[in-house]
Structure formats: structure tokens, C-alpha cells
Design a protein around this ligand. Structure first.
Ligand code: IPE
Ligand code: IPE
Ligand code: MG
Length: 246
């Protein structure tokens, strides 16, 4: 069933080159089972593995995952601690397989806000996976799209102040080049789990013409089959970019 769906999306063609996911619903998954929220976050790790492996199987080149927002720093300390512990555990457990699978990891966000232990683990993950050529995996950690845009504006202003850039040369490409995502094309497909129909300060610039897919599945229940279903749905869409239908 799984493999039939996989070969269907591969033969239909027109795969999304870049998939982004807002991984949401860990807390509700735990609540449904009368478990502490931290166990929901832990259970979400296998869904990260599912989506990484599913992207490689399908031939998606770039996967961008929203793991922790700047707004998430306002959660209780115990919850932040649990999320950071899961991040470190994920890195310790998955580093070997990520390298073996040729996954190159980048971390996008204000990493200076991370504690020393999680920062060291993230730096190690990025360093040791450098050069992987099967999948670019972007982990958005301590990420806020408005922060990213304000940061880009600050970088541009500094270049103008330094006399290396003229205000009239600031165009869309100039802004894009100063975003964390400068190396990659915009996402083709955005998936949000747990049914919430909002962007929550994720990739506001980059999602301008991204196809959005919301699934009620809670993140810890998300499998590669759910990913393939999202891709199949994407393949039935008509992307118009403001033009008339062809
Ligand atoms: C996603 O699950 C994880 C993060 C946002 C860090 P939530 O913790 O937001 O789970 P819900 O939305 O409360 O179910
Ligand atoms: C978005 O989920 C952030 C991540 C998935 C990391 P949230 O659970 O924080 O978003 P809201 O509060 O429902 O908008
Ligand atoms: Mg949530």
C-alpha cells in the first residue's frame, strides 16, 4: 500500500523539491494518552525519522522542519527543558544514520539563545553531516520568521552604512540572500500536522507561493505514508502564481 503510493508519486512526476513541515500536536498526542507532554515530544522523534527517510525514498531534495520557535521560549521551563533534552537525544541517536543516509543538516534560527549543551550537540550535528548529498535537512530551532526578516534588514542597513551597498540595489534577491534559507529555493509544499490552520511565524517570506497541506494527524502519529499522501495531494494541485489557468 505504502509502496504502491510511493511508486504512484514517483511516476506521476512533479515532485516537490522542497518540503517544509510544522511539526505540531505532540502535547495533544500525550494528553490523549494521559501522558506528560514530554513523552509526546519524545514520541515525535520517530516521525522525524519517518519524514527524513520518506523524503529520501521519494526523491525530495530539501526538508525543512520547524522544531522550536522563538515564541516557544515562553513555555514553562520544564517544557523547554524537555524539548531541549529531546533535541540532544535525537542528535545522539540519529547522527550515525543521518551520516550513513547522506543527510546534510543545517540549523536555522537564533542559536545563541540555546544552552551550552544543546548548542554543542547542534554544532556537532551540523559539522559531522556536512557534505551529505542525498537530502538537505534544515532544522529550524529558536526560529522566528519576523526575527529572520528583521535580521536581514539589519544586515542590509549595515552594508549601506559601510558603503558596500546602495539603497537602490536592494531588491527581492538582496533580501532573499540575507535570509537563513538563502541557499535553497522556496518550499513547494508546506505540511502542518494536528489540524491547526495557521503559519505561526514560519517562513513568512518563503511561503509566498507554497502549496499548503493541513492534516489532522498529530505529529507523533505522522508516518512516511502521511508524507506520501501529502505529496500526492500536491501533485493534483494547479500552481498558478497569479496567472490565468493554462
Ligand atoms: C509541537 O507540539 C512541538 C513544538 C511546538 C515545539 P506542541 O507542543 O505544540 O503540541 P500541542 O500543539 O500542544 O498539541
Ligand atoms: C509551531 O507550533 C512551532 C513549532 C512547530 C516548532 P506551536 O504549537 O508553537 O504554534 P501555535 O502556538 O499553535 O501557533
Ligand atoms: Mg502546538
Amino acid at each position: 500500500m505504502n509502496s504502491a503510493l510511493l511508486s504512484e508519486i514517483k511516476t506521476t512526476g512533479d515532485l516537490p523539491q522542497h518540503v517544509a513541515i510544522i511539526m505540531d500536536g505532540n502535547g495533544r498526542w500525550a494528553k490523549d494518552r494521559m501522558l506528560p507532554r514530554s513523552l509526546g515530544h519524545r514520541a515525535g522523534m520517530k516521525s522525524v525519522r519517518e519524514s527524513v527517510e520518506g523524503c529520501i525514498e521519494a526523491g525530495v531534495e530539501i526538508l525543512t522542519l520547524f522544531a522550536f520557535s522563538q515564541e516557544n521560549w515562553s513555555r514553562p521551563d520544564s517544557e523547554i527543558g524537555a524539548l531541549m533534552a529531546v533535541l540532544v537525544e535525537f542528535i545522539n541517536r540519529e547522527l550515525k544514520d543521518l551520516k550513513r543516509n547522506g543527510v546534510e543538516v543545517s540549523a536555522l534560527g537564533d542559536l545563541d539563545r540555546l544552552g551550552p549543551k544543546s548548542r554543542a550537540a547542534v554544532d556537532k550535528l551540523v559539522r559531522e553531516t556536512a557534505g551529505g548529498s542525498n537530502l538537505n535537512l534544515n532544522l529550524c530551532i529558536s526560529y522566528s520568521s519576523r526575527f529572520e526578516l528583521a535580521r536581514a534588514a539589519k544586515l542590509l542597513a549595515q552594508e549601506v552604512a559601510d558603503g558596500v551597498l546602495r539603497p537602490e540595489d536592494i531588491d527581492e534577491a538582496a533580501v532573499e540572500n540575507r535570509l537563513y534559507t538563502a541557499r535553497w529555493p522556496d518550499p513547494d509544499l508546506l505540511i502542518r500536522t494536528s489540524g491547526e490552520q495557521r503559519i505561526s511565524n514560519f517562513l513568512l517570506w518563503q511561503l509566498a507561493y507554497t502549496e499548503i497541506y493541513v492534516t489532522p494527524v498529530l505529529w507523533p502519529d505522522f508516518t512516511r505514508t502521511d508524507l506520501f499522501e501529502a505529496i500526492a495531494d500536491f501533485q493534483r494541485r494547479e500552481r498558478r502564481y497569479g496567472r490565468v489557468p493554462t
